[in-house]
Design a protein around this ligand. Structure first.
Ligand code: ARG
Length: 558
């Protein structure tokens, strides 16, 4: 409807349609109509221009009237037609899908390091990246979801050095966890006895040179971590189209780093290669270690090339914690100075740390809290909540529902905060059925569904409901909010403000609750009941689309 109106406005004003579309906004209150057009840019007195335009314009179908208010033209929808359109679009599925866009975008996310634990910061990353992939796909982008695992580097050398030196036997179970704890022990030991550091460097060199026994140990242990990561991804329902490994880009990265010297960009400094970025306020950027082993940065030089050349992408998004902000500025600047023309199409999507309320949970693995620990705690609590409410349910049913509620709690609490904000995870808040949480939205969904069920009306018949009967302002307001979903999806893909979608869903839930409290849905007037049920069904659908994009599944009862 916005587009139809822009067409007419463009005709009447002589402005470009795109421009007009961008100028239309949703006024703050229903009494000011549904779309407002400012007349400041039309030349002359804006109020006069508005009056003139209101006489000239042909109202497109679906609008009931236009009013002049000061310098604005306020357009009003024909409410019945509006709700009719909305619900029939929802009926057709694909509601909110953006038109196909030409841009191919790679979203790199998750990127855990093998030989180390998958912690709750990695959880935020995985949930955030996966939601962004879903949302951008829905908006019509061609998205490649990628992962980039840190399977080599100093942390691996340290772990393998320690295992080789101190561990008499390797474990047969919980291997990933065991591995992560060896890393913690190794780190502690090196801190206490820095004189052992050269031994680690030696192992790093051996690995880099392809030393057989170490490579074998590396491959074996690396698989243990990868198995664990895959289990986590399966549980979270997180998927990748391509998985890069640091080990695959190390050699080519070294060549690129060396060529920077010929280009006069890098210089040798006590054996290591560095790019001086001081004139850009970015300090110096090390690109190769003095013993020739690759650094984190060395590998990223090649990874960037691969992404653009092999996948023909137009834009590359790196979902990485905010502690690497300077690093990515340095990396992108170096790429730009190298003449890598897509440097400007690289974007660091940064996010804040995740912490627990202090003292609530302690980790055996250094000072981090692992995914597994948090997940187990949340699942346990989700089970309690379900059992409290449904002691009579068969075990399998409670298990399934508790699992989805637990995941919803974890995921939603990672998504509804501003990206850069630190998250202080509070288990009670995350699992609250009444507060601003994933389970709360799942509950609103089940509520809508159960209203329909309890009414005993044939659900299929709802599509023939007489929507002209929906005359309450709350009904129209609810419908207008539902209709905003596609805009939220578009906006989120453009701004990466992922928390807009969770906030939108909370808002929708609130409008629904207000409506439901004020107006009887299930009632004697069958025709009116059907119309209201049709609307409620639509709310459930919008909720399920939105939650789905956040990676949250709905349940039928909870
Ligand atoms: N594995 C890295 C880490 O844990 C993150 C990788 C981010 N991506 C990149 N292209 N550098 O710090």
């Amino acid at each position: 409807m916005k587009e139809a109106l822009s067409k007419e406005l463009a005709k009447a004003t002589g402005l470009a349609e795109d421009l007009v579309l961008g100028m239309l906004s949703v006024p703050p209150g229903l009494e000011m109509g549904d779309l407002a057009f400012p007349c400041f840019r039309l030349g002359g007195n804006p109020n006069q221009a508005a009056i003139g335009l209101s006489k000239k314009i042909t109202l497109p179908k679906g609008f009931s009237k236009v009013e002049v208010q000061g310098c604005y033209l306020n357009f009003f929808y024909d409410r019945a037609i509006f709700i009719q359109n909305l619900l029939s679009q929802l009926e057709k599925k694909g509601f909110g899908h953006g038109a196909h866009k030409k841009e191919k975008v790679m979203v790199e996310y998750s990127q855990p390091n093998t030989h180390k634990a998958f912690h709750i910061g990695h959880l935020r990353n995985a949930v955030l990246g996966s939601a962004l992939v879903n949302i951008m796909r829905y908006a019509g982008y061609d998205v490649v979801a990628s992962n980039y695992m840190g399977d080599i580097g100093n942390h691996v050398a340290k772990s393998l050095w320690y295992i080789d030196k101190f561990c008499k036997s390797l474990p047969n179970e919980k291997r990933g966890e065991w591995l992560a704890s060896q890393y913690v022990k190794a780190t502690k030991m090196i801190e206490e006895k820095p004189e052992l550091k050269p031994e680690v460097d030696k192992v790093h060199k051996k690995l880099d040179a392809g030393d057989k026994p170490f490579i074998e140990l590396w491959k074996k242990t690396r698989d243990w971590s990868l198995d664990d990561f895959n289990n986590i991804y399966n549980e979270l329902g997180v998927k990748f189209d391509v998985v890069f490994f640091e080990s695959q880009v190390a050699d080519a990265g070294k060549e690129i780093a060396k060529r920077l010297v010929d280009k006069g960009l890098a210089r040798l400094d006590e054996g290591s290669l560095l790019v001086d970025l001081k004139e850009f306020g970015l300090d110096v950027f090390l690109v190769l270690k003095s013993d020739g082993t690759p650094l984190y940065s060395t590998k990223d030089l090649e990874l960037a090339r691969r992404k653009f050349e092999e996948f023909k992408i137009n834009r590359s998004i790196y979902v990485v914690g905010s502690e690497q902000e300077l690093y990515f500025k340095q990396l992108f600047k170096t790429l730009e100075l190298m003449g890598f023309k897509d440097a400007k199409n690289c974007f660091h999507l940064s996010y804040g740390l995740v912490q627990l309320e202090s003292g609530k949970m302690s980790s055996r693995l250094g000072n981090i809290v692992t995914y597994q620990e948090l997940r187990d705690k949340v699942m346990e609590k989700a089970h309690e909540e379900v059992e409290k409410r449904h002691a009579d349910w068969p075990k399998q049913k409670s298990d399934e529902v508790a699992h989805e509620i637990g995941l919803a709690a974890l995921k939603f609490s990672m998504l509804d905060k501003e990206r850069k904000r630190v998250i202080i995870f509070d288990i009670n808040e995350a699992l609250s059925f009444e507060g601003e949480s994933g389970p709360y939205l799942q509950y609103v969904y089940t509520r809508c569904r159960s209203i329909i069920k309890k009414s005993c009306v044939n659900e299929k018949s709802l599509k023939d409901a007489n929507l002209n009967l929906l005359k309450e302002p709350e009904e129209f307001e609810l419908a207008r909010r539902m209709e905003a979903l596609p805009d939220i999806i578009e906006e989120t893909s453009a701004t990466y403000k992922i928390n807009s979608l969770p906030r939108y869903l909370l808002d929708l839930a609130q409008l629904f609750n207000q409506y439901y409290q004020k107006h009887k849905v299930v009632q004697e007037d069958v025709e009116l009941m059907q119309a209201r049920l049709a609307l409620v069904k639509g709310v459930a659908e919008v909720m399920s689309i939105g939650l789905g994009l956040l990676g949250i599944k709905t349940v039928e009862e909870m």
